[in-house]
Design a protein around this ligand. Structure first.
Ligand SMILES: [Zn+2]
Length: 216
């Protein structure tokens, strides 16, 4: 593989800083983590967006969250077709092997993936309709959510509503996985839907009783 380059200097310096301080100060804890394996209580599915920082907002350390990130924090429907499904593999491992107690889908404000879905579904992004667009085909997962919010007239409200639909559609799709449904109905796993406003630093959770999101 001739195309791999050494790490850029700024990252080398940051790594060396971490190794000399945080690591050295907590070395025995890191060694214990390595030896005892991982036992996270929760899996988090969040967006790739660099502004979404789930470990920061929950003050979580290494070993606490099993995290999977993809464009717009989406879970596709259960589809055992023998092809490669990264998100489904992560869910299967978390539920069946790690036996996490909580599965959290975290959406966020100003989501570029969700905006792309809005553009595509409203006919403003023909390039995303192409079969060759990985983003477009991935965002197809959210089309049922678009149908539920497309009549909201205010642009920001519509996007926020679709960001929350990305969470709800994912929770609905999670329940199409037989092992997820079994763990949920058996009381071993609870599903949670969250949405965070990046600018406000606020967090909302989906309340099934109210059928809407409410502030944490
Ligand atoms: Zn996003």
């Amino acid at each position: 593989m001739q195309h791999a380059k050494p790490l850029p200097t700024y990252l080398v310096q940051r790594y060396q800083g971490w190794k000399a301080t945080t690591y050295v100060e907590n070395e025995s804890w890191y060694r214990r983590l390595a030896e005892s394996g991982q036992h996270p209580r929760a899996m988090v599915i969040s967006c790739c967006d660099s502004r979404v920082h789930v470990t920061s907002i929950f003050g979580a350390d290494q070993g606490e969250f099993f995290i999977h990130r993809n464009i717009a924090n989406l879970v596709p429907p259960h589809k055992p077709d023998g092809l490669q499904h990264g998100t489904s593999a992560a869910v299967e491992y978390a539920v069946n092997a790690l036996k996490v107690a909580h599965l959290i889908v975290l959406g966020h404000s100003n989501c570029g993936g969700v905006q792309g879905c809005l553009d595509m579904c409203s006919g403003h992004a023909p390039e995303l309709e192409e079969k060759t667009s990985f983003v477009g085909r991935w965002m197809d997962i959210l089309r049922p959510g678009y149908e539920r919010v497309k009549d909201i007239s205010d642009e920001t409200d519509r996007r926020n509503a679709l960001e929350k639909q990305a969470v709800l559609v994912s929770l609905e799709n999670l329940m199409t996985f037989p092992f997820v449904a079994e763990a949920v109905t058996g009381g071993k796993l609870s599903l949670h839907g969250l949405w965070t406003d990046i600018g406000e630093g606020s967090l909302e959770y989906y309340s099934p009783d109210k059928a809407q999101f409410a502030r944490v």
